[in-house]
Design a protein around this ligand. Structure first.
Ligand code: BEZ
Ligand code: FE
Length: 310
């Protein structure tokens, strides 16, 4: 006959009231302390969420099926889990916690999936628009340190979607390779300038499980119109950022929560034939000016990003 075991004699048995404790008490003494901390916090909150929602078996199976499909969607070109992190606001939250910068330094925002290494290198003044679509724009400014001093030789890696709302890598048989992306270097006074088009809003990839989830939640997939930048210089914390267009209808409801007020930049129309000709335009153009301020590596607590453009 099997001995009967009273509940009180076996410590750590699983119960609804002590479910998280039962799981977390199994973490071994030799586990990495940071991993042990993160996992026990995660288990605690996950169990609390399951209890608060009173999740059914069928609902949990649906959630697991969603995560399975999210993983199955991932390829070298499509990272559905990052997209999930983006639409849940977790990418922006982690970045904000991990990149607290001194007052005045340019803020980060999401990297997104469409950056490519080895974009074309250009001299200041060049155009990155190779498909002759969209409204011409001049983007210019300076790269400065937090004391307002110019940073010469800073690298600005820029990319944006075309006027149809697609990045070149999404339309490899349609757009010229390298369309609307390029790498520039700030001059001896920290200045940069290049020609492009006025960015427009576009949907994040929404033909997979994340798009399906947005749809079920009554959420749209649109990103506020933006131009991406990675700005790097030796001795400074790399800024992964955007500039946003102020008149975009999605500014207040970016699908990935990437908009920060400090990154919204006026675009003003210049209708002066002499200025246009001097800058390489054949008609009116939009002018957007933005100075980027980089924090010294010693000035922020978690400087683990390497210079990307070298
Ligand atoms: C983007 O801006 O390219 C982007 C960012 C997050 C998710 C999808 C796209
Ligand atoms: Fe983008």
């Amino acid at each position: 006959m099997r001995p009967s075991i009273s509940r009180s004699t076996v410590a750590g048995l699983f119960s609804v009231d002590h479910s998280a404790e039962a799981v977390n008490s199994r973490i071994g003494r030799d586990a990495d302390p940071r991993l042990a901390d993160i996992m026990s916090i995660l288990v605690r909150h996950l169990h609390a969420a399951v209890k608060e929602a009173r999740l059914t078996t069928k609902e949990w199976q649906t959630a697991i099926q969603f995560l399975t499909e999210t993983g199955q969607m991932c390829t070298a070109w499509r990272q559905e889990f990052i997209l999930l992190s983006d639409v849940l606001g977790v990418s922006m939250l982690v970045d904000a916690l991990d990149h607290q910068r001194p007052e005045g330094a340019t803020e980060n925002t999401v990297l997104g999936p469409f950056h490519v290494a080895d974009a074309p290198r250009y001299s200041n003044g060049a155009t990155i628009s190779l498909d002759n679509k969209g409204e011409p724009s001049l983007i210019r400014g300076r790269v400065l340190d937090t004391g307002g001093n110019p940073i010469a030789g800073a690298c600005l890696d820029v990319w944006q979607c075309n006027d149809d709302g697609f990045y070149d890598v999404q339309q490899q048989d349609i757009q010229p390779q390298g369309n609307l992306r390029g790498i520039f270097e700030s001059d001896s006074e920290g200045r940069f300038w290049f020609r492009s088009i006025k960015p427009r809003h576009y949907p994040i990839p929404h033909d997979g499980p994340v798009g399906k989830l947005l749809n079920l939640l009554g959420r749209h997939p649109y990103r506020a119109a933006h131009l991406h930048f990675i700005i790097s210089a030796n001795g400074y914390d790399t800024a992964v950022t955007h500039i946003f267009v102020p008149d975009c209808p999605y500014l207040a409801e970016d699908a990935v929560f990437g908009v920060k007020e400090s990154l919204v930049v006026p675009f003003s129309k210049v209708d002066d034939a002499a200025q246009a000709a001097a800058l390489g335009f054949d008609g009116p153009f939009w002018l957007a000016e933005k100075d980027f301020v980089l924090a010294g590596i010693g000035q922020q607590p978690t400087a683990d990003i390497k210079t990307i453009c070298k």
